[in-house]
Design a protein around this ligand. Sequence first.
Ligand SMILES: Nc1ncnc2c1ncn2[C@@H]1O[C@H](COP(=O)(O)OP(=O)(O)O)[C@@H](O)[C@H]1O
Ligand SMILES: [Mg+2]
Length: 347
Amino acid sequence: MLRDFRSYERLELTLEPSLVLVHGPNGAGKTNLLEALHVGTQGFSPRARSDAQMIRFGTRASRVVVGGTNGKTRFRAEVGLAAGEPKRATFNGALLRSAEGLRHELRTLVFTPDRLAVVKGAPATRRAYLDRAVGRFFPARASLPVEYAAAVGQRNAALRRLAAGLSSAEALVPWTEAVATLGEELVRARAESVELLARPFASVTGTLGLAGASVAYDATAPALADFEARLARDVERGLTGIGPHLHDVELRAEDRELRSFASQGEQRVAVLSLVLAEAQALAARTGVTPLVLLDDVLSELDEDRRFALAGVIAGLGQTVITATHASALPVEPAQSLAVSSGTIQRA
Ligand SMILES: Nc1ncnc2c1ncn2[C@@H]1O[C@H](COP(=O)(O)OP(=O)(O)O)[C@@H](O)[C@H]1O
Ligand SMILES: [Mg+2]
């Protein structure tokens, strides 16, 4: 159920627990609807937008309320946005410390065309993606990437103090130890996450017609001796030059690196497969299927792949998929919603 969604005066919507198709012309509001579902379940927009951009133009505040079942447990999440104020979120009536804290309560996976950057973008994009997956697979370790980044920041600051003659090499030691310890934990968490993704990723990419695809994270965390060995260079640059903040996730098809060699269509299949593979892995691990939001994925896939995709989706929990035409989905959805100029109708 969704209320007070910004593009609509007041919208109440009940979505079927399985496959929901949202269709309508360009600019109708389909992505807005998915965005609202993401905001309402994760506390932030999957688009790179500021919170203010999510408030309906000409108004000062918006609210998304989502109720449903997570596994067998009923929940109610509410996210409020007001101009110039921090976001506010409650889960089952309890105020969360931050709206993003909803991520620890509910899992929502999203594919949007700008996610192609996960394949074709810089390593930092893949690291960020993997680190969010770490948080979804292992909630207790969700803060690890942030803690590690903070330790690297502290160590870099200490390196610069050392270079400026403001402190001794001993003062650096605790920061190096923190970076080494947290780095090792982060590498382990990432490797375990990729291990959970690897098999479903190979299977889903195969189903979607990308042969021999694999995801790998072949990394080892540097030991204290490695930091020692390159101390002079680190001091000179004022930067920690080794560690998981520089690692990459390898996405390949046979022996080709998808980042450099995949066509646009293959990149799309790879990113989509990562999302679907994670959904399968999360379901297998936690027994709870995540909410899956697939935006603008059908138009770029040929008939065979659309059919294959429908087959994969059928094995998941609740999926909301958008298309400009209802006919783009080659199977009958549980529910079909027609969107035009910001209004939604059951088709
Ligand atoms: N905060 C907002 N308030 C009102 N309208 C908005 C807001 N943000 C985006 N829009 C409008 O929503 C429309 C795009 O909707 P979108 O969901 O992206 O369409 P599509 O159906 O193509 O996915 C645009 O016309 C845009 O101006
Ligand atoms: Mg759209």
